[in-house]
Ligand binder design. Structure first.
Ligand code: FAD
Length: 252
């Protein structure tokens, strides 16, 4: 199976973000890491490739920087990567991202596109559905326990009450949930091999996509600080106060 895995390089969440004053965009550092959500997508892709003697190609739209995040995914075992690095894509919205990623996977060829359900820095959670619409193939969302069949893929689709078993013909787009699989740690051999795996870089123009976004960020405000909670001193009857509070919020 020819598997395309979309992976986002993001600023390290452990370091503070800086915004550019004019457009309110996050200033992307040279060293970006692989989004944790997409580690799960890479793991699912690798397991399917192992089961079907397939290949895993990574697709990422971001400033290349040191390629740290891409190398992390290659070190897990992916075969190669295609990076769309283009200044004209700065500030792109989700739709432009979906158009770019769709054009790139279409050009390379694919049986299955794997994405995360939502990135941990942008959070829009719409890129996979938009890609399936643009590519005109089915979208399997909130997926776990992914299994390859003969020209098909079957998933457990998580819902608010449990899960549904869904089978789709290939080609398709599949968005995995955060807990779908435990991502493997790269081995030392994998880390060394990742340094020489092919990484192709391309642009919006080469993909034939007009990089026009309809989204403008007009303001960014810090998250409001949480109000301090109430402290209930136990004078022997604190449980009565707790019962009263639980009744107020209709928990009991
Ligand atoms: C020069 C440049 C600067 C950028 N600066 C920013 C920035 O400051 N902040 C920001 O959030 N984004 C930035 N991006 C990336 C892009 O704008 C976002 O990825 C896009 O808006 C998607 O939104 P989301 O992350 O909310 O998608 P979601 O729908 O939440 O993502 C769901 C899944 O789609 C896939 N996906 C999403 N985006 C990408 C991507 N870029 N590459 C590969 N797979 C992807 C992943 O598998 C992800 O788990 C930049 C891109 C470029 C080229």
């Amino acid at each position: 199976m020819n598997i395309a895995v979309c992976v986002k390089q993001i600023p390290d969440p452990a370091t503070p973000y800086e915004l550019d004053a004019e457009n309110h965009w996050v200033i992307r550092p040279n060293d970006q890491v692989l989004d944790d959500t997409d580690r799960v997508g890479v793991e699912v892709g690798l397991q399917l490739a192992e089961a079907t003697e397939g290949t895993v190609t990574l697709f990422s739209m971001s400033p290349s920087g040191s390629l740290q995040g891409i190398r992390q995914a290659l070190a897990m075992g992916a075969d190669k990567a295609v990076l769309i690095d283009d200044e004209s894509l700065k500030g792109s919205d989700a739709l432009t991202t979906a158009r770019i990623l769709s054009a790139a996977v279409k050009r390379e060829g694919y049986d299955l596109v794997i994405t995360g359900t939502e990135s941990t820095d942008g959070f829009t959670g719409v890129v996979p559905q938009m890609m399936s619409e643009i590519l005109d193939v089915p979208c399997l969302s909130f997926a776990r326990n992914v299994e390859a069949g003969d020209g098909t893929v079957t998933i457990e689709r998580q819902t608010t009450t449990g899960y549904e078993t869904v089978t789709s013909a290939l080609p398709a787009v599949l968005a995995v949930t955060a807990g779908a699989e435990e991502p493997r740690y790269p081995t030392f051999k994998g880390i060394m091999q990742a340094k020489s795996k092919p990484v192709d870089t391309t642009t919006a123009a080469e993909l034939g996509v007009d990089p026009v976004s309809s989204q403008t960020i007009t303001a960014v405000d810090p998250v409001a600080a949480r109000a301090a909670g109430d402290v209930v001193e136990d004078d022997g009857e604190a449980y009565l106060k707790i019962v009263e509070l639980l009744e107020q919020v209709k928990v009991i």
